[in-house]
Design a protein around this ligand. Structure first.
Ligand code: UDP
Length: 235
């Protein structure tokens, strides 16, 4: 498979054609943004670390019966994925209150939620990704109720699998964001699973090992991403 012309450049990734319309070639960048693009910067080696971490999680999820768009790694910062028609809904799963949830509901960050909370956001830069519910998703024809039921089921399973896998590595999975899409009619997990899209806290010290270090200027951002990679792979 070959890397052909650029089709799309996002905040953290570039997507290229491959010559086969069923596959895309994704390159992970070191660029980082936060607060709807208001804060911009770079995190050294983030592209490589997020590519490796995402590939690791997608492989691990596949072993647990959860299919994704991931096909194979092509280099340190590149992977080939199945072409998806992206469903424009960001699915956030939360185990512990943090970030926007803590703020919106007046909960102290770190409050354990008595049961898992699933939220949906409409992927729209112009609107600033507003939170939506199943009725909004139906009214905007973003996905069918059947697709949403399946998405919720997969998201909760991803949470169970990731949470126990990370717990064995002394990491708490606070929350994370997933995206889904259709490939030849099949619903698949897409995008990435990395410290850019998840919150990971050290189980013992509660140290943040994710993009909050960039969002909140906590320092040692690259080191945190590398520590997640090390705990997962031993490398
Ligand atoms: N998240 C993401 N992309 C977004 C918004 C959120 O990957 O555009 C992730 C974020 O990293 C966190 C979870 O979704 O793991 C919940 O984020 P939250 O709603 O608390 O928003 P934030 O504090 O990031 O603004």
């Amino acid at each position: 498979m070959q890397k052909k012309e650029l089709v799309y450049e996002g905040k953290a990734k570039k997507v290229f054609r491959t010559g086969n319309p069923d596959y895309y070639w994704v390159e992970y960048k070191d660029d980082a943004t936060a607060f709807n693009g208001l804060k911009k910067g770079t995190i050294a080696n983030k592209g490589e670390l997020n590519n490796r971490i995402s590939a690791y999680f997608f492989r691990m999820l596949a072993e647990n019966g959860i299919d994704s768009h991931f096909v194979e790694e092509k280099s340190d910062r590149e992977m080939v994925v199945k072409a998806l028609q992206i469903i424009p809904v960001e699915v956030v799963v939360r185990n512990i209150a943090a970030g926007s949830l803590a703020k919106r509901l007046g909960l102290e960050e770190g409050t354990i939620l008595p049961h898992t909370v699933v939220e949906y956001y409409y992927k729209s830069d112009e609107l600033g990704d507003p939170m939506i519910n199943d009725d909004h998703i139906r009214a905007l024809s973003l996905a069918t109720p059947e697709q949403m039921a399946r998405i919720r089921e997969i998201a909760l399973k991803v949470n169970d699998v990731l949470r126990s896998h990370l717990a064995e590595r002394e990491l708490d999975l606070i929350d994370f964001k997933l995206e889904f899409g259709l490939h030849k009619g099949e619903l698949l997990l897409g995008d990435e699973i990395s410290p850019d899209t998840c919150r990971f806290w050290d189980k013992n010290t509660r140290e943040k090992l994710d993009k909050d270090r960039f969002r909140r200027d906590l320092g040692n951002v690259e080191e945190a991403y590398r520590e997640v990679y090390r705990r997962l792979t031993g490398r």
